[in-house]
Ligand binder design. Structure first.
Ligand SMILES: Cc1cc2nc3c(=O)[nH]c(=O)nc-3n(C[C@H](O)[C@H](O)[C@H](O)COP(=O)(O)OP(=O)(O)OC[C@H]3O[C@@H](n4cnc5c(N)ncnc54)[C@H](O)[C@@H]3O)c2cc1C
Length: 460
């Protein structure tokens, strides 16, 4: 329990906003993306600057409160919030500033991907980020970050130039390839384990503003043939050409015939960031994989494409996601994908395969904390539903599929897709980089004050 007096004094000492239970905005301010997570922090600190972050950490330490950090609250495990703790939140720190001449962006940690893309695209620039625009730039970047531009330009962390960090002892540090290099190494993939980031600096690249993108939908009975052709074809394509596979029940999209709505389908989601003429020809090859039931493909603003999946990923649903890395897509893994896509327990559940071969594979595995540089595909199982009565059924479906496909997975794992009970997978995720991460954790957070994350403990 923190005394009213202590909270009042703290409130008066910072530039931002302090929210506590009973305040009219408390319930709204503690909501996160995954509706399965309903936690009640003792205090929410909506910081206005790095000084506030430093004060919030000192206050938490003085009052023995657990610390959590929220970007946009998308983490499936709900690590950004805990019962009885102090949550550092950034709703007033969402700005992106672009240095157009140097093609660099400075981004505050409360920004969503939508906030970021909107600013950089004013100048026809972008860097690889995720595919759902309400995701936070902060959590996404610190765990790795991949999306439609990853084949060409790498993970988000491969484009991170520096960070401003407040460490648990309240110091404000700049970390880059030249300064506090150990911290910079650890932060690129090591998540929120080492300090609170108050600014990210990213390398940008010319992208769009128009790209060629869309969805090509095949009936589920053609799934095996489509998947096999996809696997053989995608490996022959240039890194500007991105095709991911989604298997799910068809939403009532206007370009699909009504009799397909609600039926299982195989969707090829396509994004061509450059060389549209070549892209059109490659898309023709995809069409010839089978007999599509519908398509919606054309030139569109990059920012629109970045929001295409938002309607399927709105906040407020219950979610349980699991993920594997693959270096190749074996026939046995495909059979399991088809089997489990054939028994989806809810119309919102889906199986997602992202093909990421390209730039990331040329980065040495020890260049930074994120180590899965042999990865070609990420397989995601999105367990998603609305009714709590379906919790068991949907979680079991996700877990069973994840377990069944484990034997085809490669080493490593993506920490940003880990559920709460997967902490034992954290060391595996970092492979040979884990011991160095433990040493750096010991240096910057020896008492493990930042433990609400995919936790790297300061002891081996
Ligand atoms: C619908 C959906 C779509 C997704 N799509 C993609 C995708 O396409 N590509 C991809 O790579 N990932 C994707 N993800 C995973 C996503 O990267 C993670 O969920 C990530 O944690 C989200 O970041 P956030 O800031 O919104 O999360 P939050 O839940 O706010 O934060 C997650 C954790 O990050 C750390 N953190 C946040 N802010 C800071 C900070 N300022 N300083 C230090 N640590 C901090 C904390 O440990 C916190 O617990 C997706 C997730 C969802 C739910």
């Amino acid at each position: 329990m923190v005394s009213e007096k202590a909270i009042k004094e703290f409130r008066g000492s910072i530039h931002g906003v302090v929210i506590k239970p009973g305040d009219s905005n408390y319930d709204e301010s503690r909501k996160i993306w995954n509706a399965m997570v309903d936690r009640k922090p003792a205090i929410i600190v909506q910081v206005a600057d790095a000084d506030d972050v430093s004060s919030a950490i000192k206050f938490a330490r003085a009052n023995k409160l657990d610390i959590t950090i929220r970007g946009a609250g998308h983490n499936i495990a709900g690590n950004s919030i805990c019962d009885g703790g102090l949550m550092i939140d950034f709703p007033s720190m969402k700005k992106t500033r672009v240095d157009v001449a140097k093609k660099i962006a400075f981004v505050e940690p409360g920004a969503t991907l939508k906030d970021f893309d909107a600013e950089v695209q004013k100048h026809g620039l972008a860097t690889p980020v995720g595919i759902n625009s309400t995701t936070g730039i902060a959590g996404l970047t610190l765990g790795g970050g991949f999306g439609w531009l990853t084949r060409k330009y790498g993970f988000t962390i491969d484009n991170l130039l520096s960070v401003e960090v407040v460490t648990v002892d309240g110091r404000k540090l700049h970390a880059s390839e030249k300064e506090n290099t150990d911290l910079f190494w650890a932060i690129r993939g090591g998540g929120g384990n080492f300090g609170v980031v108050t600014q990210f600096e990213f390398q940008l690249h010319p992208v769009g503003p128009e790209i060629l993108a869309g969805l090509l939908v095949f009936p589920f009975k053609q799934a095996k043939s489509i998947l096999k052709q996809y696997r053989d074809f995608i490996q022959t394509t240039p890194p500007e050409f991105n095709v991911w596979v989604v298997m799910r029940k068809a939403p009532p999209l206007p370009f699909l015939p009504a009799d397909v709505h609600g039926k299982e389908v195989v969707v090829l989601a396509i994004c061509v960031a450059a060389d549209f003429d070549k892209g059109e020809k490659l898309i023709d090859s995809l069409r010839a994989f089978g007999q599509p039931v519908g398509e919606h493909i054309g030139r569109m603003p990059y920012v629109n494409w970045q929001q295409t999946f938002d309607p399927l990923l709105t906040p407020g649903a219950r979610n349980y996601w699991k993920s594997h890395n693959f270096t190749e897509l074996k026939d046995g893994a495909m059979d399991l994908m088809i089997e489990y896509a054939g028994k989806l327990p809810s119309p919102q559940c889906e199986i997602f395969i992202a093909y990421l071969e390209g730039k990331s594979n040329s980065v040495p595995a020890n260049a930074m904390a994120y180590s899965s540089r042999d990865l070609k595909y990420i397989l995601n199982v999105h367990g998603r539903w609305d009714d709590a009565k379906q919790d068991k059924e949907c979680i079991n479906w996700s877990r069973e599929f994840f377990n069944a496909t484990s034997k085809y997975a490669s080493a490593g794992a993506y920490v940003n897709f880990m559920t709460e009970e997967e902490n034992e997978r954290v060391a595996k995720a970092y492979g040979a980089n884990y011991n160095r991460l433990v040493q750096i954790k010991k240096k910057y957070d020896p008492d493990n004050l930042l433990k609400h994350n995919q936790n790297i403990k300061p002891t081996a």
